[in-house]
Design a protein around this ligand. Structure first.
Ligand code: ATP
Ligand code: MG
Length: 404
């Protein structure tokens, strides 16, 4: 399994070097799980019995990223590798992070504190899998099952409950009964977890292959109740859970969710702010949401393509099948090619031109006039050519004066 995988092969010298120095070192966690499932591996994690200071002595180039958690970043041939000391987490008081990290020399102790059996696997340099908790069997069964007592594990770290439903979706697995019961019983602990961390898991859930199943569990265990802005939307979430097909992007995930929650345009930003989305993301989602609503009613227009931008318009086309509408990329390309301008900079007159031409002072009127000209160009009311635009602006401003 190691030799057939480029990521493992690249990282193998790191493991060998640690062993030559007299310590144990293994591949652990998600990379072993994904390799056994014949999936592509994201990042290779290495766990070792060497303490951080010992790891730093073995390699000439290291960085102390996350050293307080026992992780040393090793730089080798322009690539970085995370090497983490075996550890147990002693006492948890606030349901989210261990009070202190305790380094240990035993692999088994390290694997015991991991969240699910399929994530508690290790692999040595020969490709031998080390499996103390039946992880390989659960991989075969397609089961997400807590390591040890599920309730204790969720008390230690409530984020694990969200991780559990996220893995149902990502791996297209189902949840073990006891584990699911423990989540239901303790779902309120999610309240202690930072929204940013919940968001990461929720997004992975929405983008996974098993989203429908995962959302069903997310609703049944009542985890949704402690996620921002979802507590009153059980019915809407349930119909969202019935939606078929894998969601392609994070933008599509937010936009589809908002559509199922039947949010108005004005509610989008407050909703996403509660989820701690960035300003940029809020804007992109709102733009996509407006474009989607328009597109569901009518074929694409130049104006709406211009307003959303090509990239978002393309994403909106990909969302149409979720509403039983056909996407029409060829027409999108046609409209794009026919756009007389792609942005304000391409207009043949500028704000300065208008100020000079009309010998006027800047003010609110100027922005409004530029917006009106832009719109007129896109609606083919005037050609994007300087003299014609100035003529058009002249009659526009005259009409405005006459009306006021
Ligand atoms: P992904 O493909 O999303 O990276 P992953 O399983 O690698 O999946 P990570 O968040 O990268 O997930 O974590 C790496 C490993 O660390 C996990 O496989 C698991 O063994 C352990 N782990 C991560 N978070 C927790 C947690 N909250 N509680 C217990 N173990 C955890
Ligand atoms: Mg990972």
């Amino acid at each position: 399994m190691i030799t057939s995988n480029h990521e493992f092969m690249k990282a193998l010298p790191i493991i060998k070097k640690i062993q030559e120095a007299g310590f144990e070192a293994y591949f652990v966690g998600g990379c072993v799980r994904d390799a056994l499932l014949n999936k592509e591996i994201n990042d290779v994690d290495i766990a070792t019995s060497a303490f951080p200071a010992e790891v730093k002595k073995i390699f000439p180039k290291t960085f102390d990223v996350g050293i307080e958690h026992g992780t040393v970043m090793v730089l080798r041939k322009n690539e970085t590798y995370e090497v983490t000391t075996f550890r147990t987490e002693s006492t948890y008081q606030d349901f989210r992070r261990p009070d202190e990290v305790v380094f240990v020399r035993s692999l088994k102790e390290d694997l015991k504190r991991r969240d699910f059996t399929v994530n508690a696997l290790a692999m040595d340099q020969e490709g031998q899998v080390i499996d103390y908790f039946g992880g390989q069997n659960d991989l075969k069964k397609g089961l997400i099952k807590a390591v040890g007592s599920p309730e204790e594990r969720f008390f230690e770290d409530a984020l694990r409950m969200m991780r559990g439903v996220r893995f149902i979706s990502q791996l297209d697995f189902v949840m073990d009964n006891e584990t699911e019961k423990a989540i239901h019983k303790n779902h309120a602990l999610l309240e202690h977890i930072a929204v940013e961390r919940i968001q990461v898991e929720f997004m992975k859930l929405l983008l996974g292959k098993g989203r429908q199943k995962a959302l069903k569990t997310f609703i049944e265990t009542e985890l949704y109740y402690y996620c921002p802005e979802l507590s009153l939307y059980k019915n809407e979430l349930t119909s969202f859970a019935g939606l078929e097909g894998q969601i392609p992007t994070q933008l599509a995930a937010w936009t589809l969710l908002l559509a199922f929650l039947e949010k108005s345009e004005d509610e989008i930003e407050p909703f996403l702010r509660k989820w701690k989305c960035s300003k940029k993301e809020m804007q992109r989602v709102k733009t996509a949401y407006i474009a989607l609503q328009q597109r569901l009613k009518a074929p694409l227009t130049r104006l709406s393509l211009y307003q959303s931008g090509y990239d978002i318009a393309l994403e909106v086309e990909a969302m149409l099948p979720f509403f039983n509408c056909e996407s029409d990329i060829a027409y999108l390309e046609e409209v794009k090619a026919s756009l007389p301008i792609r942005n304000k900079q391409e207009m043949a007159v500028s704000g300065n031109d208008l100020l000079q031409q009309f010998n006027a002072k800047p003010g609110k009127w100027l922005g409004e006039a530029l917006d009106a000209i832009e719109r007129a160009i896109l609606l083919d009311e005037v050609v994007n050519e300087r003299d014609q635009l100035l003529d058009w602006a002249h009659s526009y401003l005259k009409k405005k004066r006459d009306n006021s």
